[in-house]
Ligand binder design. Structure first.
Ligand SMILES: Nc1ncnc2c1ncn2[C@@H]1O[C@H](COP(=O)(O)OP(=O)(O)OP(=O)(O)O)[C@@H](O)[C@H]1O
Ligand SMILES: [Mg+2]
Length: 286
């Protein structure tokens, strides 16, 4: 079986402004995710990280104008797939933890009602009590302290960090082969972040899941991921092994790294991130 789990080739995403003119947001992104691999995507705000992840799942906003030469997952051509079959893949073999859990949880359903759908889809013959136990166990696995109470809560009753953990529990419990996690730990304190990362670790180990890990946290990506793609202005400007990121050569990546000064020996002044319009026109995958 091929080692390649998912592939994006030549993804373009644009949005129409008030005058109808298209503004490109993703400009020819190509990337591959292997089975069991953790691929980090870093880059400044607005560089196209979330849109790239969403395109793979078929979750681009309806107003997006997009095209790709190829989108493949487990050998299947996602572009040729019927919408119904594509939707069935989402939440089962491929899932996404969205950047803002507020928009991804259904406000009029309790946590347990939403999670039940995932479990029923996986094993339709399970009894209600068995499903309830699995829901509570999944919430406990992301270190939610009172999982019984949270299971019966509505999304507006949860804090941001709790909502994020509920999302993670929901997506991880489906045992996806591909998980796109968009800033999954940004609303969590350090301790809970570490616990959530260990939940992701276990999922990767158990299901050989390929993880696309979108984050602003370069030191975290360097330690948690195998490979890193750096995005700038809707393109991937550099891809390298995570352990080599500190030696990255692209001036934008260097700028990002220098914006994360070492704690032990901080410089007197933080450098300004330098941007050069010429980088926008460089090759899509350096
Ligand atoms: N629904 C939309 N309508 C118009 N423009 C959009 C829409 N969604 C995204 N964009 C634009 O596309 C660009 C890339 O967006 P994207 O969400 O992928 O950025 P990002 O790299 O994930 O940023 P962040 O780090 O802030 O999450 C941004 O400039 C954004 O303004
Ligand atoms: Mg984003």
């Amino acid at each position: 079986m091929s080692d390649t789990l998912a592939q994006i080739d030549g993804l373009q995403v644009a949005f129409a402004g008030h005058d109808g003119a298209l503004t490109p947001a993703v400009r020819g992104v190509s990337l591959t995710v292997r089975r069991g691999e953790r691929l980090g995507i870093v880059g400044e705000s607005g560089s196209g990280k979330s849109l790239t992840g969403r395109a793979l799942l078929g979750l681009l906003p309806p107003e997006a104008k997009w095209s790709a030469n190829a989108l493949r997952f487990e050998g299947q051509d996602l572009l040729a797939m019927r919408p119904k079959a594509r939707r069935r893949l989402c939440g089962t073999r491929m899932s996404m933890i969205l950047q803002d859990p507020k928009y991804s949880l259904n406000p009029v359903m309790t946590v347990a009602q939403q999670m039940r759908e995932t479990f029923v889809r996986q094993a339709p013959k399970q009894g209600r009590r068995e499903i309830r136990e699995r829901i509570v166990a999944a919430l406990a696995a992301v270190h939610i302290r009172d999982p019984e109470r949270v299971a019966d809560a509505y999304p507006h009753e949860l804090s941001g960090g709790m909502g994020q953990r509920v999302m993670i529990a929901m997506m991880v419990s489906a045992g996806p082969r591909l998980l796109v996690a968009d800033e999954p730990t940004s609303a969590l304190d350090v301790l809970v972040s570490m616990q959530v990362l260990s939940v992701l670790d276990e999922m990767i180990y158990r299901h050989d899941t390929g993880l696309v890990f979108i984050s602003h946290d370069l030191p975290l990506v360097m330690s948690f991921c195998d490979r890193v793609a750096v995005m700038y202005g809707g393109r991937i400007v550099e891809t390298c092994a995570a352990r080599d990121l500190a030696r990255a050569t692209h001036p934008y990546t260097r700028g990002l790294l220098e914006a994360n000064p070492p704690l032990e020996n901080p410089p007197d002044e933080l450098p300004t991130l330098r941007r050069d319009p010429a980088w926008l026109d460089e090759g899509a995958a350096r």
